[in-house]
Design a protein around this ligand. Sequence first.
Ligand SMILES: Cc1cc2nc3c(=O)[nH]c(=O)nc-3n(C[C@H](O)[C@H](O)[C@H](O)COP(=O)(O)OP(=O)(O)OC[C@H]3O[C@@H](n4cnc5c(N)ncnc54)[C@H](O)[C@@H]3O)c2cc1C
Length: 437
Amino acid sequence: MDQTEYLIVGAGVSGLSFANCLPPGSDWQCVEQLDEPGGYCRTIHQDGFVWDFSGHFFHFRHPEVEAFLRARMPADEVFRVDKQSSILFKGARVDFPFQKNIHQLPKDDFIECLHDLYFREGDADAAESFEAMLYAKLGRGITEKFLKPYNEKLYACDLASLDKDAMGRFFPHADVADIIRNMRNPDNSSYNAHFTYPKGGAIEYIKALLHDLDPARIHYEERLVGVDVAAKIATTTRRQIRFEHLVSSAPFPKMLNLCAVEHDASLYSWNKVLVYNLGFDRKGQDVDHWIYIPERDKVFYRVGFYDNIFATPRMSCYVEIGLAADAPVDVEGTLPVVLADLKKAGIVTDHELVSWHSVVLDPAYVHVGGPGQADFRARHAALHEQGVHCVGRYGAWKYCSIEDNILEARDLAHALTGHPSGLLTAADEVERAGAEA
Ligand SMILES: Cc1cc2nc3c(=O)[nH]c(=O)nc-3n(C[C@H](O)[C@H](O)[C@H](O)COP(=O)(O)OP(=O)(O)OC[C@H]3O[C@@H](n4cnc5c(N)ncnc54)[C@H](O)[C@@H]3O)c2cc1C
């Protein structure tokens, strides 16, 4: 039987980051079910267009993470972009975030939002759900004109079933003072006010993560099919591997099945996202990098424009459609609907579609909330104690970015090996912050 100290499941951002953060000379192997690395961070080059699996733009809050990646990429590889995004509302555009820009709405809508904001009821901090938090924090007008329809289209679920903090730091919070102040002094800064994007697409960051790794340790087209947690033996489609630690970025509910952990599967819920990448014969009129679409008469919740990042002469966009996990998907049949809705939205006029590609991300957004969260925490901790460490956006069942994935993998590697990685550890950062203070 093969054996390794660290068996990594998945060659996406999380798995590859963990391998990078192990001390030199460590004994590790990685199995990846697909024939290529990257997970959701992959890129398609087709007919002169560069498309990700969905718009993947990068907001690094930790300079050392970005520096680590950039040091492993060719120079001048990355665009740095000041984000420009808007919301389609009644045929016009409103700056994002909606709640800070209600003064841009038609007068009646503005008055309704302002009135409801002032007379809102309830305690947002004590709200029992994401939906209740929206009403309590921002009032009925803002909630029902944008936040509720938009997030229902995205999450494809009842927002009352989500935790009030389901979006974590990704929710653009604003209090009454912020909203009023923004009417005179616009400040729409958010977690992603700037972003970076590699010229070759998101896969370039994966190539950076592969740069220092021994390719012979990464085994493609090898899927984990079972884990004997007590005996620490993994079964793959090719062999059995004895491990000391198993680090998995596979979706957590799947890992529970693979580890034969009895659980109530109905506690785990998520959406899937049907993505269309569309290449047209010429440029459109939009200058935004992406547009939020709350209106229910359009099938998609967001449209983004690669050509406005690359400054290329043909419209190149991604379109995202949120679906319930069990909803049927008709890729060919939905394409004409998407094209018609793009015309309805004024994004496409008489443009000719010259190239397209589609992918379903399943899972895409985890439904954080309800009793599933407590179940997740308990089972995640129990597996961790037994040497099965579930990481990443789907392993750790959360809403996060690739930077978060890298930091989480780094901290796990540090915790398991006691060895600081090429990236600073969380403890180092605390120490550094203390020294700087
Ligand atoms: C619509 C959408 C937009 C996003 N936009 C952004 C963005 O703009 N910026 C950003 O920073 N992040 C973005 N993200 C998040 C980002 O995609 C994820 O955080 C990141 O890709 C997760 O990486 P991961 O390695 O944890 O998981 P994954 O990318 O899912 O990788 C897991 C890997 O494990 C493999 N695997 C699974 N099961 C098995 C098995 N049984 N055996 C072997 N291999 C297995 C899979 O094939 C896959 O390669 C977005 C996500 C979505 C859904």
